[in-house]
Design a protein around this ligand. Structure first.
Ligand SMILES: [Zn+2]
Ligand SMILES: [Zn+2]
Length: 357
């Protein structure tokens, strides 16, 4: 085992121990006595908290132990579906390090040393990448951290208010051990609420817009380029199917079980895509009614070599999974797809490009 591998595993152990420390020293040394010891009232308050903590542990184990998804050996792009291509050459995206084609939304993680399906980010706290198969576990994990931390903080805050009242009114001081754990856990739970809260807020945005963290950066870059270049008319994103379908795609189709641990559906190699702009409605309808009719950007990878490109003076960011819409003569929509649309659809204004780094 290398030092880096050992360090990664140590971080996971530290996170688990820190969680245990906050969760149980708070209850044992502060909250239990504050609530009056063993009673129905105490149980009714502590049982929900401990259910959240157990779900936190389960989802932490799942996000750490579930492989985020790797590219199957000898995988080649399916010519019957859309695929991302390199902007510069219009060739299929290919990882020279792993020596394999990259499915849509796949990126190479230099830390893991391999390509990861629908890579979101490499997370040192789980010693792994967050990708297609463990993103749902990750969402549930950070949600349960946030819920548990708020729950604990409220209980500890009530005890702090009581301590201050007793000191002021009756000059009664809490035991030193309790005071120490009260102060430490108030600080730690507050820190967790703020830091994980910011992270959770961002991932609510990612979840509801079907965006990965990497794609979020790229959309930001593309929008910056748009604001500095009059030649880019718009920046659109094809994987956003509407917030409800986006959430279902990660947490499952049954809202009642969104927060219950479950396996990811699908294989992470293909994703439904919505064309936006003019012709959006028709393209979307095609996709919903029959996926075999869905827009095909590429029939054969070799065609990409010979495809006409956008005019050479267009300055577009070299970012993967960004969709840029240009308003003139872009030719990145496959003619086969164009031909499927009714003549009323002005698809010539919908240019799609899914370039690669
Ligand atoms: Zn790779
Ligand atoms: Zn990684």
């Amino acid at each position: 085992m290398t030092w880096n591998e050992l360090k990664g595993q140590l971080v996971v152990v530290i996170v688990a121990l820190l969680t245990t420390f906050i969760a149980y020293t708070s209850q044992i040394f502060v909250i239990w006595n504050f609530l009056g010891g063993a009673s129905l009232h105490t149980l009714l308050i502590l049982i929900p908290l401990n259910v959240f903590i157990i779900l936190l542990y389960i989802n932490y184990a799942l996000v750490c132990l579930t492989d985020p998804g790797c590219v199957p050996e000898n995988w080649v792009p399916d010519t019957q579906t859309h695929m991302e291509v390199k902007r510069s050459t219009h060739e299929p995206r290919f990882c020279k390090t792993c020596n394999n084609y990259k499915p849509p939304r796949t990126h190479h993680c230099s830390t893991c040393g391999r390509c990861v399906l629908k890579m979101d980010h490499h997370c040192p706290w789980i010693n792994s990448c967050v990708g297609f198969h463990n993103y749902g576990h990750f969402i549930r994990f950070i949600t349960y951290i946030e819920i548990s931390a708020i729950y604990l903080f409220v209980l500890l805050g009530c005890r702090l208010a009581q301590v201050i009242h007793q000191m002021n009114e009756y000059n009664v001081h809490p035991p030193t051990l309790e005071a120490a754990f009260l102060a430490i856990n108030l600080i730690l739970s507050f820190a967790a609420i703020v830091t994980v809260g910011i992270l959770s807020g961002y991932h609510v945005y990612c979840l509801t817009t079907n965006t990965t963290t990497i794609e979020g950066w790229e959309k930001g870059t593309a929008l910056t380029m748009k604001s500095h270049s009059g030649k880019i008319s718009d920046v659109k994103y094809p994987y956003n199917l509407g917030w409800y379908r986006n959430v279902c795609a990660v947490l499952g189709n049954q809202p009642l079980f969104w927060m219950w641990p479950q396996r990811m559906q699908g294989n992470g190699l293909y994703f439904p895509m919505r064309l936006q702009g003019e012709g959006e409605k028709r393209a979307s309808t095609l996709m919903h009614e029959d996926t075999s009719e869905f827009a095909t950007l590429v029939r054969k990878p070799s065609r990409l070599h010979t495809r006409a490109s956008t005019s050479s003076n267009l300055r577009v960011p070299t970012t993967p999974a960004s969709v840029l819409t240009f308003n003139t003569t872009s030719t990145l929509v496959d003619p086969l797809f164009t031909a499927k649309l009714p003549s009323s659809s002005t698809t010539k204004e919908t240019a799609i490009e899914l370039p690669c780094r």
